[in-house]
Design a protein around this ligand. Structure first.
Ligand SMILES: [Zn+2]
Length: 302
């Protein structure tokens, strides 16, 4: 009796495994594209009031942001995408105008979210696209340069590599085996991502910084045209793209703007104070390291 039920259970497991396997294969047959959308790197944007909800020109800038996102969605559809997930990644993460977005995509909106700018990424995607991205804190001619929080972060290194949002989010995508196929933003962010990810990543330089608060920019319609074309080209060349993967353990070094922020951070077990404004910690699992980083930013909020 016992033997028979074991055989029965095994048969059930085989059926479940087989159907699960087939379901997985079916999902992977389509082209699934993930899009993370920030705002400082959108064409036409050069000042803080354009990217904060109380700002005078915010409504116009969120329309440009929505249209650049639609351009990437259209480029993905041109390349045969079967599923597209858009994650609003700026500030309150409620910037993209939902009713203006191409209905071929699904939208993640609002915050906080466990993976923040990369919420929703997983192993079922074949490519990640970054739209509206900007240079890391401390860049020259980087329009509205910062890294995650301009009120808290002076610099971040992971395993000795200085990272901004595009590199950090590329490591997150790489953790799930997903390559970053395209980055759109200012000239400096495009230079920085190519430096770390190599020439395989395609970029669209929608503007060139003339300092932090001025830019020579493509007009939105031209930026949108180039994003659509480059997205299609990037997705048609996915075979040449590899995920960006660092091997663990992962050491995060964070320099804050103020010493009180490091005072607060070192209250967490495992976080070591290395200088008046600096802390360091190491995690074997990258996602755990990233979660701790996010929690430290909450503690460091002015
Ligand atoms: Zn940002």
């Amino acid at each position: 009796m016992r033997k028979r039920s074991t055989v029965f259970l095994l048969a059930i497991q085989v059926i479940l495994f087989t159907s699960g396997h087939n379901a997985g294969a079916r999902i992977r047959k389509g082209l699934r594209v993930y899009i993370s959308v920030d705002m400082e790197g959108i064409a036409g944007v050069c000042a803080s009031d354009q990217v904060s909800a109380s700002g005078r020109d915010y409504h116009m800038a969120r329309m440009w942001t929505t249209r650049e996102t639609n351009a990437a969605i259209q480029g993905a559809l041109d390349a045969g995408a079967t599923e597209i997930l858009v994650n609003d990644s700026h500030g309150s993460m409620r910037n993209i105008i939902a009713h203006e977005l191409n209905p071929a995509a699904r939208l993640i909106t609002g915050s906080p979210k466990p993976l923040g700018m990369m919420q929703g990424i997983d192993r079922t995607f074949q490519a990640a696209l970054f739209i509206g991205y900007h240079a890391r804190a401390g860049s020259i001619n980087g329009v509205l340069d910062h890294t995650y929080s301009s009120a808290a972060v002076y610099s971040i290194k992971i395993n000795g590599l200085e990272v901004g949002e595009s590199e950090l989010n590329a490591i997150l995508a790489g953790h799930f085996g997903v390559p970053v196929a395209l980055v759109a933003g200012d000239r400096e962010v495009c230079r920085q991502v190519k430096e770390m990810l190599g020439d395989q990543v395609l970029t669209v330089e929608v503007k060139e910084g003339i300092g932090r608060h001025a830019a020579s920019t493509l007009v939105p319609a031209e930026a949108q045209k180039q994003i659509r074309e480059k997205t299609r080209e990037a997705l048609e060349n996915l075979h040449a793209m590899k995920p960006f993967q660092l091997s663990g353990p992962y050491t995060f070094e964070i320099d804050f703007l103020y010493s009180w922020q490091a005072d607060a951070a070192e209250l967490i077990p495992g976080v070591e104070r290395t200088a008046p404004r600096s802390i360091l910690y190491t995690q074997d699992d990258f996602l755990e390291g990233f979660r701790l980083f996010r929690a430290l930013l909450v503690l460091a909020r002015p």
